[in-house]
Design a protein around this ligand. Sequence first.
Ligand code: HEM
Length: 541
Amino acid sequence: MDNDNSNVLSLLTYTCLALGGMFILNKLRKIGSRGSGLPPGPPTLPLMGNIHQFPTEYTAVKFSQWGNEYGGLFSLKIGPGTIVVVTSPRFVKELIDRRGTTTGSRPHFRMLQIITDGLNVGMMPYGPTWKNTRKAIQMFLTKEACMRHLPIERAEAIQLLYDMIKQPENTFTHIQRHATSLILSVVFGVRSPRYENSTVTEFIEVQHEVEALLEPGAHPPIDLMPILEYIPERWASWKGICRGLRTKQQELYFRLRDKCEARIRENRRNGSFMESLFDQQEKLGLTRDIIGYIGGVSLEGGSVTAVSHLQTFVLLMAYHPEIQAKAHQELDQVVGQRLPTLEDYDHLPYIQAIAREVHRFYPAVPMGLPHESTSDETVGGYFIPKGSTIFMNIYGIYHSEEHFDEPEVFNPDRYMQSEFGTKPGADTTGFRNDLHFGGGRRICPGILLGDIMVSMNVMNLLWAFNFEATDLEKRDPRIPIKHTDFVSGLATGPNPYKCNIQPRNQGIEDTIRDEYTLSRPIFSMFEHELSDEEKTFVKNW
Ligand code: HEM
């Protein structure tokens, strides 16, 4: 009898173990597999999902190829997590724009969280803190506020032309100085008249270090495997690097904020955004740290993107003399020898088409910033689970053969022929003119300022210069510039390049020199605490 009992017990134990094992195996088997109802995508491996296929560079280009293969809404599995990639404006409208409240959060990015102390509005999860901070940032980016800063926007654009006459070989850094100094002036009320040893180079240095740290593969995937965070610091160098970057970033952003605050106390105002934030600090319920970061994030969002667009624009012009010739013809008819004004832009359809085609050809943020869904959603018959990371593949949308004729060819004329540059008969559902600024609740708050920077400079630079590539004959005449001419990353731009830049004629060069001199009183309103080197530069430049 005892023997029988122990046999039954063993049998029960084995059965339980077997059933438990099968249950665990079944659960494990599901990790990495694409559950039913998810949008289609490349085949997965157990546990890994698509990790082994995930591109380590030019992610947007690979996502575009997958978009052509699997459709405008496809999915990837990264272990148990789900990524949804939107490569069709129709699905942008359905999933990102219309369901903005439930697809408007951001995925957790542990390293960025440590660097910024969670104060970066661009990476905050959807919720009251994000809403409040975003409200404050929108305040200074209204049309009226952007137009109030027109004198310094125009003066900085003039300095860009002047810098390029003086040192055409340094155009790459002149563009960086221009965009960063302009945002510094508008946001913190202080400018950088030269590139070397300036706030501009300090900002770019920190920014590059942050980008390098976040590059996939540079450090262990803490967000995919949170357990990695418990590894002691001596084997996890990223922890110290993050803290070091936090110190550097805060030193810069908080110093700029504090200096502005000191000028307010001394009654030396110049209408900067920081001033309005301090004036309304109580009403808006903002901490001093958040105020500093609103300024810093605006600097990141505004300068990096405009720099990318303008550097891409010059590169493309250098390789497309036929497009420059057409643009010069339009400018000669509408503007002539005087410096163009922002009002002229409305009368220059071909120049507008060039600016838009640059956004299309290589968007500054090719995959936008990742969104995260905070509830289950169903779109186009597909299931999008809560917690999915959603990428709006801007590059892919702009390079889809379904919508664009020869998407790899730089051809501004496409925007002269149809509103969105699309080919005849293409379905334009969901298209809008600002897709390169993202979508839904997280759409870029800086569209107006970004558009002013792009339009004013594209118009001015074409009016002022001839751009000439030094190796034109070595390139494919139809597609001289390819994606490999660009840096791979979340916010991108062209690799450094050289080209010849010449003023179009003596009259134009004289006008630029005169306008630069006339702009000095405007510059001086933003030139506080210049170093001795900067003072000498301003005097002699
Ligand atoms: C050509 C210029 C610009 C381009 C192409 C651009 C593009 C973008 C894109 C694609 C996003 C992500 C949107 C999304 O998640 O769906 C974004 C977000 C953002 N941009 Fe811009 N941007 C530009 C100029 C600016 C300017 C001038 C500012 C401010 C001064 C700015 C501040 C921001 C901020 C703060 C965010 C984060 C918004 C949030 O998460 O709520 N951007 N931008």
